[in-house]
Every structure is written in structure tokens, then in C-alpha cells.
Design a protein around this ligand. Structure first.
Ligand code: ADP
Length: 317
């Protein structure tokens, strides 16, 4: 604890979710993208984070960067592109489940987040990093995928743990089999994998963390979250389950990202070897679950992310 904590590097997409009102054409914009969400959540919990990704040179892009910077995320590694910042239309069905609609741009790879370049990555990579958190949407596009592969290689060369926050949105990918094929090389390199139950089922045909851990034996932990049904996990071959905290949920957007950030924060504080001790893992997952639960109590992913004090209060209650 004598050295300042190294920042976590979060790489990949940063976009705007436009959440449409149920019965009109009006919407509210929320900054998002899993790696950007995780970066913000980490900072909120007191851990330094930097975001590496490509954002458009437009009003939406300026807004995103201002938002991340206001929270305290280091944005020096943000590449800007003439391609527009991605904006995703989000609607809710009668069950309150979200679905993601249409593009505001005809060519999906024409958005800025697809344009992160290997040259930029090489210039802005810093090996002084406590972990590399990768989103998966930016892996759908060849150029950003190459840059992220470069980041993964650099991370491995410098013993930086790789954490993958899997977010599969059907509209970004041709089909689940192709999506899995594309991200498989990255999954094989991960030290920590975080799946949501539905994505795991869709892409791997199983949501059992033990089965997943056998497919990716290099991962020291596999976390499978299931919203209000809690989290099942495996760490060093030991299985566990943590029920969700009962909270007045309003909007589950970003719960998984807040969960992962809180998990990682605790893990970095306790050390990766704590994953070998089931009691420690249980405490870390409980902490992460409290963070995930609190993130559902307000609209939007980033605005709803809890502080360490709020998590501590829920754990005590
Ligand atoms: P994702 O956003 O990746 O789909 P989940 O929705 O599974 O992630 O949420 C991650 C974690 O956040 C869950 O395991 C749970 O601990 C917590 N969480 C999510 N939704 C709720 C909810 N409605 N009530 C309480 N906790 C929740």
C-alpha cells in the first residue's frame, strides 16, 4: 500500500443508449458501453481507471468524454474519429425487458467505436496497469478487433490480467455462432470472465460456470450473473452462489458492469490469490452483488453506479 494504485485500463466501445419513452418518439440519452461503464464504476469506487476507445468528433462524442472526465476517468487514450459516435435505440417491451433497435447509421462498422486503430493503441498503451478490462461489442469490427488483440498481447507480455465483460447485443452480430468464433480467441486469454446468464446460454449453450470454466481453463474465475436471480460462479474450481439483494429496482441497465467493477476493485485490493479461498471469493461476490443491486435503483448505467459507502451500507442492512 505504499505505491499509488495502478489504474485499470478499460478498452472498447463507448456509445449512447437512447432510451425511448414507451408511447412516443421522445427518448433520453444515457452514456454507455460496457468498458466505459466499468471505468466509471471503478473510479466511483476509488480505483483509478483509464478508457481506451474511439469516439466520434461530434456533439455526442464531446458529451461522452465530458461525462467520463467529470467522473474522473483518464480519457487521454480516447481516439477521435470523423465517423459518428454510436447511438443505439433502446426500447422496453411490456415485460420491461430491453431490446435494441436500428442504427442511426446505415453501415454498422461506420461508427467511431469500430475505428480504434492498432497504431493508436500502440501509442497509448501503458503497461503500468492493474488490469485490462475488455468489452465485446468493439470486437465485432475488424479494425477495433485488431487493436484490442494488440492490447491483449501487450497485457499478456506484461502479466497484466485480462478481464472480459461479455455483452452480446444481437444487432451487432450476424449470429451467435459467428459471434462466439470471433470472440473465442479473446475468451481463451482471459484471467476473469463475466457472463450474463442469457449471453452465456445464447453463445455457449450453457450458463453453468463450471462447464464454462472447463472450456476456458486459464480463467481463474468465471462469473455468471442472472439479474434478480443472483450470481453463480467458479473460482479455482470451487463453485458458489450468491442470491441477489432485494432492492427497489427501476432500471437494470449496467448492473452487470457495476457488478464486475466492484468485483475487480475488491479483487485488486485483496490480491488475485484470494480467488483460491472460497470465503474470500464469497465476500467479493457479495460485495459485487450489492453494487449490481444498487445500480438498478436509478435510471441509466453510469449515473446509478454506487459508492463504496453505499455498498457497505447495503451489506450491513
Ligand atoms: P447484466 O447487466 O450483465 O445482464 P445482471 O442483470 O445479471 O447483469 O446483473 C448483475 C448482478 O447485479 C446480478 O448478479 C445481481 O447481483 C445484481 N442485480 C441485477 N439485477 C438485479 C435486481 N433486479 N435486483 C437485485 N440485484 C440485481
Amino acid at each position: 500500500h505504499h505505491l499509488p494504485a495502478q489504474p485499470v485500463t478499460c478498452i472498447g466501445e463507448c456509445l449512447i443508449d437512447r432510451l425511448m419513452a414507451p408511447d412516443s418518439l421522445t427518448g433520453t440519452d444515457y452514456p454507455g458501453g460496457a468498458p466505459a461503464n466499468v471505468a466509471c464504476a471503478l473510479v466511483k469506487l476509488g480505483r483509478a481507471a483509464r478508457f481506451l476507445g474511439c469516439i466520434g468528433q461530434d456533439v455526442a462524442g464531446d458529451t461522452l468524454i465530458q461525462r467520463l472526465q467529470a467522473i474522473g476517468v483518464d480519457c487521454q487514450g480516447v481516439q477521435r474519429s470523423k465517423a459518428p459516435t454510436r447511438q443505439v435505440i433502446v426500447k422496453r417491451n411490456a415485460m420491461g425487458e430491453r431490446w435494441f433497435a436500428g442504427f442511426s447509421h446505415s453501415d454498422p462498422s461506420g461508427f467511431a467505436d469500430a475505428r480504434l486503430s492498432s497504431d493508436w493503441l500502440q501509442l497509448h498503451w501503458s503497461q503500468a496497469t492493474a488490469g485490462l478490462v475488455m468489452g465485446t461489442l468493439a470486437l465485432a469490427y475488424p479494425q477495433s478487433r485488431a487493436a484490442m488483440a494488440q492490447a491483449a498481447t501487450l497485457a499478456q507480455q506484461h502479466d497484466v490480467p485480462i478481464i472480459i465483460d461479455i455483452n452480446w447485443r444481437p444487432m451487432f452480430w450476424p449470429n451467435p455462432a459467428i459471434a462466439l468464433e470471433i470472440i473465442h480467441d479473446f475468451l481463451k486469454q482471459a484471467t476473469l470472465l463475466k457472463w450474463s446468464q442469457d449471453d452465456a446460454q445464447e453463445l455457449l449453450g450453457t450458463a453453468d460456470p463450471e462447464v464454462i470454466a472447463r472450456q476456458f481453463p486459464q480463467a481463474k474465475a468465471v462469473l455468471v450473473t442472472a439479474g434478480a436471480a443472483g450470481c453463480t460462479y467458479v473460482a479455482w474450481g470451487q463453485r458458489g452462489y450468491q442470491p441477489a439483494f432485494a432492492v427497489p429496482s427501476q432500471d437494470t441497465t449496467g448492473a452487470g458492469d457495476a457488478f464486475l467493477a466492484a468485483f475487480l476493485c475488491q479483487l485488486l485490493e485483496r490480491g488475485w490469490d484470494s480467488l483460491k479461498q472460497p470465503q474470500q471469493v464469497a465476500a467479493i461476490v457479495a460485495y459485487a452483488s450489492a453494487a449490481g443491486a444498487l445500480a438498478t435503483c436509478q435510471a441509466g448505467a453510469i449515473a446509478a453506479q454506487p459508492t463504496a459507502a453505499e455498498i457497505a451500507a447495503l451489506l450491513k442492512a
